[in-house]
Design a protein around this ligand. Structure first.
Ligand code: NAD
Ligand code: DAU
Length: 341
């Protein structure tokens, strides 16, 4: 099969490229990515050595470029990871999020209709459900939890999900959607909590924790997410929707302390800074449907995954030094300013 992975130069997309090349050497993987600040060709250096891999630079909102891609590659499956993915940036520039995360999906799906692909898979997020209260630990997001978004980012992802379902019903486009909780692992862009805290701790810089740090996220090792998407593509029913998560809820402050302990750094580096606007309190996924229908279970325990992730950042200094120079350095200065000096 020819599988187009959009956004495959970013964090989860690149891990998915490597997962597919290893698990399905019979398939051809084509990465289509605009290489925004979050996409990095160095991440795909090893994949470039494979005759079963091709990289195409392009934007999902560029209709003509998408059309060329479909003519050249005749894809069987499209897996759409391409998105603006950072909540804090969406608060600053909502228009860009709507353009990429909604219009980009419409353009991809129109090409899928025209060229008759076998499946369009939309990589969505648990953030479309909004948040859960901190004092009701037995409440979880299921596939029937109503959409209730908090940020421009989550609103754009929820809009895309609705559009995907509309294309399925109106045009009969073969689709699937996965809604995953927070991922962590190699190639995670350092604007996000876990890599940011690892890199700041390594440089003895303050660790900016929003508010009291009581917010809870449900962490999943990225390879487990890739395995779930792979299963849904190959075994999930047309039109299906699956939540993906491994029941691994942690308070932000506890995650930060785990990282500091692992690196032998003092908790005095923690700096409580102004809270995120509209900050979601708690995410927690119920993955029962994926487990019972497709037999998926996460393989990596948090203690192992976080150790592996920290070791990866220690061993790949050149990668993160490159991605944090340029645009990201300006963003960091503007977003955190004097609070973390
Ligand atoms: P990321 O920001 O690391 O990567 C996004 C990639 O998309 C980059 O390579 C970027 O260059 C590319 N891209 C952006 N705009 C594009 C455009 N217009 N055309 C083509 N390519 C474009 O994101 P990520 O964390 O890897 O997330 C990937 C997907 O998974 C997103 O759709 C996100 O909503 C979803 N998701 C992420 C998480 C998480 O914890 N990171 C969890 C659940 C779902
Ligand atoms: O749940 C899935 C989502 O997880 C994905 O859809 C998003 O693309 C992904 O970015 C992630 O969103 P979050 O907002 O949960 O991730 P982030 O790493 O930005 O923040 C995690 C938590 O840490 C959140 O409660 C905010 C907090 N935080 C974050 C940063 C960047 C801090 O306390 N300080 C920080 O500097």
């Amino acid at each position: 099969m020819n599988i187009v992975v959009t956004g495959g130069a970013g964090f989860i997309g690149s891990n998915f490229v490597y997962y597919e090349l290893a698990q399905h050497p019979e398939d051809k993987i084509i990465c289509y990515d605009a290489l925004t600040y979050a996409g990095n060709l160095e991440t795909l250096e090893a994949a470039m050595q494979s005759p079963k891999f091709r990289f195409v630079k392009g934007d999902i909102t560029d209709e003509a470029a998408v059309e060329r891609l479909f003519i050249e590659e005749k894809p069987d499956i499209i897996v759409n990871f391409a998105a603006e993915s950072h909540v804090d940036r969406s608060i600053e520039t909502p228009g860009l999020f709507l353009h990429t995360n909604v219009i980009g999906v419409q353009i991809l799906m129109d090409a899928c209709r025209k060229h008759g692909v076998r499946r369009f898979h939309q990589v969505s997020t648990d953030e479309v459900y909004g948040d859960l209260p901190l004092d009701r630990p037995n409440l979880f997001f299921t596939e029937t939890t109503p959409l209730h978004t908090s940020s421009p980012y989550s609103a754009s992802k929820a809009s895309a999900d609705l559009l995907v379902q509309a294309y399925h019903r109106t045009y009969g486009l073969p689709v699937s959607i996965s809604r995953c909780s927070n991922n962590y692992g190699p190639y995670h862009f350092p604007e996000k909590l876990i890599p940011l805290m690892i890199l700041n701790a390594l440089s003895d810089k303050p660790l900016p924790v929003y508010g009291a740090g009581e917010n809870v996220r449900d962490w999943l090792y990225v390879e487990d997410h890739c395995a779930a998407i792979d299963l849904i593509l190959r075994k999930g029913k047309d039109g299906s929707l699956y939540n993906v998560g491994g029941h691994n809820e942690k308070r932000n402050l506890d995650v930060v302390k785990i990282i500091l302990r692992a690196l032998g750094k003092p908790e005095s580096l923690i700096r409580h800074v102004e809270d995120r606007k509209g900050h979601d309190l708690r995410y927690a996924i119920d993955p029962t449907k994926l487990k019972t229908e497709l037999g998926w279970e996460p393989k990596t325990k948090f203690e192992d995954g976080i150790r592996r992730t920290i070791d990866w950042y220690l061993a790949n200094r050149a990668w993160w030094e490159h991605v944090t120079s340029g645009e990201y350095a300006e963003y960091y200065e503007k977003h955190y300013g004097a609070a973390v000096k």
